[in-house]
Ligand binder design. Structure first.
Ligand SMILES: [Zn+2]
Length: 174
């Protein structure tokens, strides 16, 4: 999925579990929710290399648990850390239900212990290649659908609380 859906899941996790509602903890939850797509970022920055194969090395339970576990050390012990790790895992759950048109199809959930690919493609995918189709009407529709399914419910459910947090001095404190 795109960063819109993953960020919606990060926001949901933050709303539900973060004990300290600050911009830093919000950024951390959103970052952890998106982090597995670092392969895509590297692919763009460094060009096509085996290590950056689409969802090949960063989309598995070990990577998600390991990286989210590391990020969680920045949070207080207990609920916050568990919540952040779940947010890291939510990335895999979201990507599992997307139709994957790019080879290898699916993600290797149990890498490095198994190379079996998993995919339950139901949700429309965002076409990232070639450059000409990135700004297509179909991609815009996919992004809007992700926003409606993954961000809008969180925004509606927590709108009052979120407004209170953002207006509080604690939110902006370091
Ligand atoms: Zn991903």
């Amino acid at each position: 999925m795109s960063p819109i859906a993953h960020s919606g899941l990060g926001l949901l996790g933050w709303e539900l579990v973060a004990a300290r509602k600050t911009w830093r903890t919000l950024a951390l939850f959103v970052f952890a929710a998106n982090f597995a797509d670092v392969d895509f970022l590297f692919y763009f920055v460094f060009g096509p290399r085996p290590l950056f194969i689409h969802q090949y090395y960063t989309h598995n339970l070990l990577f998600a648990l390991g990286t989210a576990g590391l990020f969680a050390l920045a949070l207080p012990k207990g609920r916050d850390r568990g919540g952040l790790i779940l947010v890291g895992l939510s990335h895999l759950a979201a990507d599992l239900i997307v139709i994957d048109p790019v080879h290898p199809i699916g993600i290797r959930l149990f890498f490095p212990f198994s190379n079996r690919l998993f995919n339950f493609g139901l949700f429309p995918y965002l076409q990232r290649w070639p450059a000409g189709v990135v700004f297509s009407a179909k991609n815009l529709a996919v992004l809007m659908l992700e926003a409606v399914v993954f961000v809008l419910p969180v925004a509606v459910l927590f709108r009052k609380k979120f407004g209170t947090y953002v207006r509080s001095r604690e939110f902006w404190s370091s």
